[in-house]
Design a protein around this ligand. Sequence first.
Ligand SMILES: [Zn+2]
Length: 85
Amino acid sequence: MTSPYCCPNCKTNKTRFNLIAQVPQAVKMDPNTGEIVKEYEDGMLDPFHLPYRGPERKVQCAVCGLIDEEQAFIKRAEYMNKNKL
Ligand SMILES: [Zn+2]
């Protein structure tokens, strides 16, 4: 299902966006060097490693440059539509 967007900052842009896929990479780092010592495969995390639970996608307004969660753009579009009626 798709939903219309409206930028919550400039409030005029409803058509131009950059969609930013969130691609989590689960890693274990060396605490001293920051070097990645292990990369986890999907679903193969160890018991102390929480999986990513953030949004799947972020959105950037291609008019004013605001970056926010997709929900913020959808909510703004719903709000604008409600006020039109
Ligand atoms: Zn904007």
